[in-house]
Design a protein around this ligand. Structure first.
Ligand code: SAJ
Length: 420
């Protein structure tokens, strides 16, 4: 099968790098997004998200004419859907964007086309998408009706790239290919092999959906274990960082690192898809989510305790004490504040503290709306000079580099174990 034109629906953190990867292999790619600003930005050869190397690849692809963005779908041989799949208030997955994407490509589908769902999805979402497509196009046959002989081939192929390393992991990581039929899987493998250096591993769509949810739940449960240990160790007067490094000397123990909580738009979301579909069985996965979600509140309690100690030690009033918070991003060395536990902690501190709250975040130029008027964005040196209490929330490289001699006169709450 030759894929002359490939269409990627949803030009966000996954869709745009994927579109750029195909285009960099001299494939004609049409990126579709409902956000007109994103479409215009890409068509200028620029990007609207932050990801190392992506700007360069997109610029070249647009300049050479391989990548183009639009707001409405056009005919292609392969369609990759990479739209958000958030959860609703009751943690039930929300497939509204997938449904809208399927509805938008349905009119341009033709016999022989391949449709791939990449968005993290609950088990059965690909079959559901196939139903939506079939309902919109009764003139074509789909895998649930005609199996191998279907006019349209459908597969679920989850992305598994790490933000910050997307352009490398997209190409090097193995790819799980969940075909609704063996023919769909074969076609999907051929498509990804255009840029993939990793291996295509074939399964069915339901297993592939569960595989993606499993990977992120595995990480969430393991981080929850570390976060729970940090609570226990604080109670026992033990350094959790020393404890973990000692335990990890065991050849079969590999504990992850505690922190202020779990952020980002994947690990804090995806496990809920399993819980929503399997509420009785998924006890450990649900508890891990609860442990990680409750961590920011525990950090706030530590800050309150430390401020009380600082009050006793100084002759100032609470309103005269300054708290400096280090980091807002959801993980080190990125600028992404979405679903960030550090943001949550800083908001709670700023709402509660009567004195001044400072924020150091070297990766942004302006505080987000939620903190405007409540806290001040300052430089690292100013924060160290002005603050009485330091709250370490994200282990950015700049913060790790601060020498112990500069931290002697402060009271410290360190959620990342870098200023011990
Ligand atoms: N975190 C800890 N302790 C750790 C590791 C991470 O507290 O030891 C925290 C981070 O600070 C952050 C959160 O967990 O707040 C998530 O960060 P992450 O680096 O673990 O993962 P993400 O969300 O950037 O990307 C994950 C990856 N999944 C796995 O590693 C299993 C990535 O491969 C997925 O593609 C991505 O989710 C996704 O899109 O699903």
């Amino acid at each position: 099968m030759t894929f002359n034109t490939i269409s990627v629906i949803g030009l966000g953190y996954i869709g745009l790098p994927t579109a750029a990867a195909f285009a960099s292999r001299q494939k004609s790619v049409i990126g579709i997004d409902i956000n007109a600003h994103a479409v215009e930005t890409i068509n200028r050869g620029e990007i609207h998200i932050v990801e190392p190397d992506l700007d360069r690849v997109v610029k070249t692809a647009v300049e050479q004419g391989y990548l183009r963005a639009a707001t409405t779908p056009e005919p292609a041989e392969a369609f990759l859907i990479a739209v958000p799949t958030p959860f609703k208030d009751d943690y039930q997955p929300d497939l509204a964007f997938v449904k809208a994407a399927a509805g938008s490509i349905a009119p341009v589908l033709k016999k022989g086309d391949l449709v791939i769902l990449e968005s993290t999805s609950p088990v059965g979402a690909t079959e559901q998408m196939a139903e939506w497509l079939a309902a919109a196009r009764s003139d074509l046959t789909f895998p649930q009706q005609a199996g191998e002989q279907a006019d349209i081939h459908i597969a679920y192929c989850p992305e598994r790239v790490l933000p910050g390393q997307v352009m490398v992991e997209l190409i090097k990581n193995d790819r799980v290919i969940g075909g609704m039929t063996p023919a769909s899987a074969r076609m999907a493998c051929e498509l990804y092999e255009i840029f993939l250096e990793g291996e295509c591993v074939v399964t069915n769509s339901r297993t592939a959906e569960m595989c993606k949810l499993t990977e992120n739940s595995f990480r969430d449960v393991n981080i929850a274990f570390a976060n729970e240990l940090s609570l226990i160790c604080a109670d026992q007067g033990i350094s959790v960082w020393e404890l973990i490094s000692l335990a990890n000397r065991h050849p079969r123990v590999n504990i992850l690192q505690p922190g202020p909580g779990v952020g980002g738009h994947c690990i804090a979301v995806d496990p809920w898809f399993i819980v929503a579909q399997n509420p009785v069985q998924a006890r450990l996965i649900r508890t891990a989510r609860e442990v990680n979600d409750s961590k920011p509140h525990w950090v706030l309690e530590q800050v309150k305790k430390t401020l009380a100690e600082c009050l006793v030690a100084s002759d100032k009033r609470a309103s005269e004490l300054t708290i400096a918070c280090f980091g807002l991003a959801f993980k080190p060395n990125i600028d992404d504040l979405r679903e960030s536990p550090a943001m949550e902690v800083v908001e709670m501190i700023a709402d509660w503290h009567q004195g001044c709250t400072l924020v150091v975040e070297p990766n942004i130029h302006q505080l987000p709306e939620a903190l405007a008027g409540k806290a001040d964005l300052v430089l690292l040196d100013d924060a160290l000079q002005q603050a009485d209490v330091l709250v370490m929330l994200v282990d950015h490289a700049q913060f790790r580099a601060v020498g112990n001699d500069r931290l002697k006169s402060h009271f410290i709450v360190d959620t990342k174990g870098v200023w011990q």
